[in-house]
Design a protein around this ligand. Structure first.
Ligand code: C5P
Length: 332
């Protein structure tokens, strides 16, 4: 498992010319859709956690604004959320646009791991360090305008998130040993929310029942932890807060799982592969297609990872990560 260490930010009164930050991915340990707003966004209650998997965002003062991702063909203009974050920042502080931003991507796209949101949050934090402002409140307002997950990424702490995901209640949560896995196919978040709206509650339930029936490893996990129900986001947050992670077993709740499966049945194969090594629980992150297995410890996670790859060699991603990685002592 990797550990994250930020480059120290400048001390008060000092102004940095460059900064390099980690931009950690997130997972949704539980995701409940509570309703649809008139603007098309959905009201959620979700427990999000930062991961040890992260992009690396380097920023330097410059007279031009550029965003590059070495080795990747990334969209320019408003489509690029990191560039949009930088533009909003300069507009808010009233300075001419100027920064050279280089993003080394590790977080896969179309995975539900918040890669773009993490980069946008790191750009806001990095520019704040380079240009000495604005304060955290103003930065949060910029984050809210950029996307539903950006405020969480800016905070970078386990949280129960409500509204469209922008209202955070931070919760202390232990470091968790996970295996993260993703098939070769991705999913677009708006498409998954659209499919959610098109399915009735009964249809969603039917898709989940079929998922368990058709996948033997998942079926085993379900039978093993038959007494555990799918918990709400409030209950999940409470269990983490109380340190009662033994309560989180089986298939963790994600209301977007049924629509994701109906668009990409391969998500079921990923979940089933993760169950081969008998983890404590499995779930899908965000709108998919990345899934995760919650394990007892790092050694158990390594065994689950190996068995997942043996069960499904076609996985595009299968690695051990930590949720809420323990903070690194910069003076150690
Ligand atoms: O805010 P963000 O750009 O990440 O959202 C992408 C899309 O996902 C939105 O345009 C919307 O279609 C959908 N979404 C939603 N409800 C949320 C978050 C996202 O419907 N709470």
């Amino acid at each position: 498992m990797t550990e994250l260490q930020q480059q120290p930010l400048p001390l008060q009164g000092e102004r940095a010319l460059s900064a390099t930050l980690w931009a950690p991915a997130k997972i949704n340990f539980c995701l409940e859709v509570r309703g649809r707003r008139p603007d098309g966004y959905h009201e959620l209650a979700t427990v999000m956690m930062p991961l040890s998997l992260a992009d690396r965002v380097a920023l330097a003062q410059s007279d031009k604004l550029t965003v590059t991702c070495p080795g990747l063909d990334i969209p320019g203009g408003e489509e690029n959320i990191a560039l949009r974050a930088a533009r909003r920042f300069f507009e808010a502080v009233g300075l001419p646009e100027g920064a050279r931003i280089t993003i080394k991507k590790q977080i896969p796209a179309e995975a539900g791991l918040g890669g773009g949101s993490a980069d946008a949050a790191a750009v806001l934090r990095g520019l704040q360090a380079l240009y000495g402002g604005p304060d955290d409140g103003a930065l949060r307002d910029l984050a809210v305008g950029l996307g539903a997950d950006v405020p969480f990424c800016l905070r970078g702490h386990p949280a129960l998130c409500t509204g469209i995901g922008e209202n955070l209640r931070c919760i202390p949560a232990p470091a968790l040993a996970l295996v993260l896995a993703k098939g070769p196919e991705g999913l677009s978040t708006p498409e998954v929310f659209g499919r959610y709206d098109g399915l009735s509650a009964g249809e969603r339930e039917g898709i989940l029942q079929k998922l368990v029936e058709e996948h033997p490893n998942l079926n085993n996990l379900k039978s093993k932890y038959a007494e555990f129900k799918q918990k709400t986001a409030d209950e999940t947050a409470r269990d983490l807060f109380d340190g009662s992670t033994a309560e989180l077993r089986g298939l963790l709740r994600n209301d977007l799982l049924a629509p994701a499966l109906s668009l990409r049945p391969g998500v079921g194969t990923t979940l089933d592969a993760l169950c081969a090594g008998e983890p404590l629980a499995v779930g899908m992150s965000g709108a998919g297609t990345a899934c995760f297995a919650f394990c007892r410890d790092a050694a158990h996670a390594e065994a689950v990872r190996r068995q997942a790859l043996a069960a499904c060699p076609g996985l595009a991603l299968c690695l051990c990560v930590s949720a809420n990685p323990a903070p690194v002592d910069p003076f150690a």
